[in-house]
Design a protein around this ligand. Structure first.
Ligand code: GNR
Ligand code: NI
Length: 182
């Protein structure tokens, strides 16, 4: 299994709005499997297809301690957002090394398709709620840095652009002889 390359802010491709899945076929299942592999390799708790340059409405998540609770969402929709918000320190594989507090609705109700193409609904709170909202933002071309001050956002953009130029953020997936540091 190959790790997919994760795009980094301010890459314009992270701004594309992902297309809904018309049919849950083997191609979709293959994408989900590759996304889980990439997410676990990169030590993320979630990954949206947009981040790996696949502009389809697919998300994978695992917020468990033991990394044994896979959640995947196909065409996820937010059905309900609570009035009260929660503040959480957020990070993003597309904004590596930067963490900022973001305020988002505490509780949500979500719908998604399962592998049979049937709709299901569930409620989420805590880290799972935050993560789902963060991932759905990605599918809509939005990043957590869009929720913080313009000054902080532009500082982060400058730093990442500099790191890229220095080769300190070279894509692992595309590096010919990359050996995992872990
Ligand atoms: O790994 C991740 N951690 C995280 C922490 C707080 C809020 C959201 C996240 S998601 C992030 C992985 C990622 O970039 N998903 O898009
Ligand atoms: Ni992210």
């Amino acid at each position: 299994m190959n790790k997919l390359e994760v795009l980094h802010f301010p890459d314009k491709r992270l701004r594309k709005v992902a297309e809904p899945i018309k049919k849950v076929d083997q191609g979709v299942k293959d994408i989900i499997e590759q996304m889980f592999f990439t997410m676990y390799e990169e030590k993320g708790i979630g990954l949206a297809a947009t981040q790996v340059n696949i502009h389809k409405r697919i998300i994978v998540i695992d917020v468990s301690e033991k990394k044994d609770e896979k959640i995947f969402l196909i065409n996820p929709e937010i059905l309900f957002l609570s009035e009260d918000n929660d503040e959480m320190e957020e990070g993003c594989l597309s904004v590596p090394g930067f963490y900022e507090t973001v305020s988002r609705p505490k509780n949500i109700k979500v719908s998604s398709l399962n592998l049979d193409g049937d709709l299901f609904e569930f409620e989420a709170n805590g880290l799972l709620s935050t993560c789902i909202q963060h991932e759905i933002d990605h599918l809509n071309g939005k990043l957590f840095v869009d929720h913080i001050s313009k000054l902080k956002k532009s500082r982060i953009e400058k730093k990442i652009t500099k790191l890229k130029k220095e080769g300190a953020l070279a894509s692992r997936a595309s590096a010919p002889n990359y050996k995992s540091a872990t």
